[in-house]
Write a protein that binds this ligand. Structure first.
Ligand SMILES: Cc1cc2nc3c(=O)[nH]c(=O)nc-3n(C[C@H](O)[C@H](O)[C@H](O)COP(=O)(O)OP(=O)(O)OC[C@H]3O[C@@H](n4cnc5c(N)ncnc54)[C@H](O)[C@@H]3O)c2cc1C
Length: 324
């Protein structure tokens, strides 16, 4: 059996968990294995339906009041005990902040390997093979596991959802044992910024600005474009963040966020390797830069060589026509 770990935010399954479940479904079909899903938390009623839709035939709802907010130590412990009991062949996570934290902890507790932030999975001779970027995205490495269960986390926004199914499955609700002394750490509060913009990791389109933007006031040009595009977010290079022009939450790259949008537009960004590390799984890259030799053009599908202050205004005008 293949198991997918489901993450819930504000009472809803995260889209990236549905992507992980969809990919787990494809691999479970290849392997001739059943697909099951597991939720951890408090009051998980009503969530199983969402997992059936994306292929889970059985859903485990592991509840305890202590699981209400995320705790690395307790979640890893509860999940490891549960996995030792049901013995899945593989456990799929989404490589969100929680998935990146929980999957290696779980693997360590089970004494097996973990492959994190994977961008491709396949089945070869009945064995799961995965690919993940290495050397800051300069190369891709393929791995196979030598021990079970195979613990994998999948980069969000890379794997397509399957067509929702209408079948229902079986829900198994369990009150798991947990005690306060097993909680070594816990999320005590989640603060959402007032008027928070869409996060770059969740956007279908990312428009990023770099040092070529010349100053914080010019980021308004990019925000105007974003307002005209569906599900778009503002990104930036580290130089723009270090200069104090935009907040660190927008930084894309090795020490920023990894994005996989359908469209990435790099404006006034040279394309340093540390920036490219965060955009290599974007589906389509457009670069606007006045230097024809800029490295960003080596990875761009489409490039405009020109002064961004002359390119953006007519681009905005064209986009406005679509809005009319
Ligand atoms: C350990 C480490 C980690 C790092 N992590 C990251 C990271 O996570 N993310 C990241 O981005 N960087 C990171 N960096 C920094 C990285 O090496 C680069 O310094 C940075 O990405 C450069 O930002 P930039 O492209 O905005 O600036 P620059 O390299 O200065 O490029 C500016 C570009 O704008 C163009 N330009 C200027 N004016 C205009 C105009 N009017 N119209 C059009 N184009 C114009 C120029 O031709 C140039 O190509 C890291 C570095 C290190 C050492």
């Amino acid at each position: 059996m293949i198991l997918a770990y489901m993450e819930v935010r504000e009472g809803k399954i995260k889209k990236s968990s549905l992507e992980a479940l969809s990919e787990a479904k494809r691999r479970a079909d290849d392997l001739g294995e059943a697909l099951e899903a597991v939720f951890l938390g408090k009051d998980l009623d009503g969530l199983a339906e969402g997992a059936y839709k994306y292929g889970a035939s059985k859903v485990y709802l592991l509840e305890n009041p202590l699981l209400e907010s995320y705790s690395s130590s307790l979640y890893a412990l509860v999940l490891a005990d549960f996995i030792n009991e049901i013995k899945p062949k593989a456990v799929f996570f989404s490589a969100t902040a929680m998935g990146k934290d929980l999957s290696p902890r779980l693997a360590a507790k089970l004494d097996v390997g973990a492959a994190t932030d994977c961008i491709k999975t396949s089945v070869n001779n009945s064995v799961l093979e995965i690919a993940r970027p290495i050397y800051a995205g300069k190369a891709f490495a393929s791995f196979q596991f030598s021990s079970e269960p195979w613990v994998v986390s999948l980069r969000p926004n890379v794997f397509p959802l399957i067509e929702p199914l209408s079948e229902k499955g079986e829900a198994v609700k369990k009150e798991v044992e947990a005690s306060q002394d097993q909680v070594k750490d816990q999320v005590v509060e989640e603060k959402r910024e007032e008027g928070a913009e869409l996060d770059v990791t969740e956007a279908d389109i990312v428009v990023s600005g770099g040092r070529g933007m010349k100053g914080p006031e010019n980021f308004g040009l990019l925000r105007d474009l974003i307002a005209l595009l569906p599900n778009a977010a503002l990104g930036s290079s580290r130089s723009a963040v270090d200069a104090g022009w935009v907040d660190h939450q927008h930084q894309v790259g090795q020490t920023g966020k990894t994005v996989s949008p359908d469209l990435y537009i790099a404006v006034g960004i040279s394309g340093a390797i540390q920036h490219l590390a965060g955009i290599s799984s974007s589906k389509f890259i457009v670069a606007i830069n006045k230097d024809p030799e800029a490295s960003i053009f080596k990875v761009a599908d489409f490039g405009v060589v020109g002064d961004l202050f002359k390119v953006i205004p007519p681009l905005k005008k064209e986009l406005e026509k679509f809005k009319e």
